[in-house]
Write a protein that binds this ligand. Structure first.
Ligand code: PDD
Length: 286
């Protein structure tokens, strides 16, 4: 089944029928925020965490949207059902809406534009099916509020394209010698049994998968250190993992053309990814 039904401002309709105004501030200014939520076997994964982050992003850009958690959930569940359920990625975007004139400042009396769509998410059944990743590093060219899940993604787009042209899967971004996250993911490094990730500040998006991995490690009795990671520490790591809602937890086996550890997915990664797959099975297929 093709995932063709979208939600736009109160209605469900085929993608090709959905329209937004050319005056929409999402289109003119990138003035909006978004979420990407995985759906497994027709059910939303970590919905509460995603709505909490959505509300944080909306608050930070000072956009009032009077949807309750229940309203978000109902709309998303309807959208999932109309698209045949299964395993999906769900994209939700809220912009400041369409005003009469193009003015940088907030317009008065505009209605936010709410849009959502889904697509098929391929889901690995076992750790052996999870593809290892290669990454490059590149200077972070984004703004200083990476904690907001803004739809203004030009910096992320340009850095992702660099990775694509280098025939790798992701670009890790470097701020003053410190590697903070990927262009569309967070990352963890393992060195001599220590697990580390960048501090959850304005230089990174506070990933929902990042939080989940921290919890999974706590269950194994491992504490994650949040610390600034120098490029050299990343290059010297025994293991590196990248995390995101669509990629889940993937091992990184190469950075800038050099092998990570012995160039194979690491044992702690395998243990943690297995735990995640087991949890998922119990939650969604149990
Ligand atoms: N990106 N950092 C950045 C810059 C991201 O864009 C993402 C996710 C993450 C990971 O966050 P989470 O675990 O909540 O997915 C970190 C999504 C998937 C995207 O833009 O498509």
């Amino acid at each position: 089944m093709s995932q063709n039904i979208v939600y736009i401002n109160g209605q469900f309709m085929p993608k090709e029928k959905a329209q937004v105004s050319v005056m929409d501030r999402g289109f003119l200014y990138g003035d909006g925020v978004y979420e990407v939520i995985p759906v497994y076997n027709g059910k939303l994964f970590l919905f509460e965490d995603h709505i909490k982050r959505l509300n944080y992003s909306l608050e930070q850009i000072r956009l009032d949207v009077d949807w309750s958690k229940q309203q978000w959930q109902q709309m998303m569940e309807n959208l999932i059902e109309k698209n045949g359920a299964g395993n999906l990625g769900l994209y939700l975007q809220v912009t400041r809406g369409a005003a009469e004139k193009r003015l940088h400042t907030f317009p008065e009396k505009v209605t936010p534009t709410v849009f959502a769509m889904v697509w098929t998410l391929s889901e690995p059944a076992q750790v052996e099916d999870i593809p290892p990743c290669k990454v490059i590093t590149t200077e972070d060219i984004r703004w200083k509020r990476c904690d907001i899940k803004s739809i203004s993604l030009l910096g992320n787009v340009l850095m992702s394209q660099l990775a694509r042209e280098a025939n790798v899967d992701e670009a890790f971004v470097v701020n003053d010698g410190i590697v903070t996250e990927g262009a569309s993911s967070n990352f963890f490094v393992v060195k001599d049994g220590r697990v580390m990730t960048s501090p959850g500040d304005n230089r990174i998006l506070g990933g929902i998968t990042r939080k989940m991995v921290i919890d999974l490690l706590a269950r194994q009795g491992l504490e994650v250190e949040e610390k600034e990671l120098l490029l050299q520490e990343v290059m010297d790591a025994d293991e590196i993992w990248l995390t995101s809602s669509t990629k889940e937890i993937r091992p990184v086996i190469e950075v800038d053309g050099l092998a990570v550890g012995d160039g194979q997915p690491g044992t702690l990664w395998k243990q943690t990814a297995s735990l995640f797959l087991e949890d998922k099975k119990a939650l969604f297929y149990g």
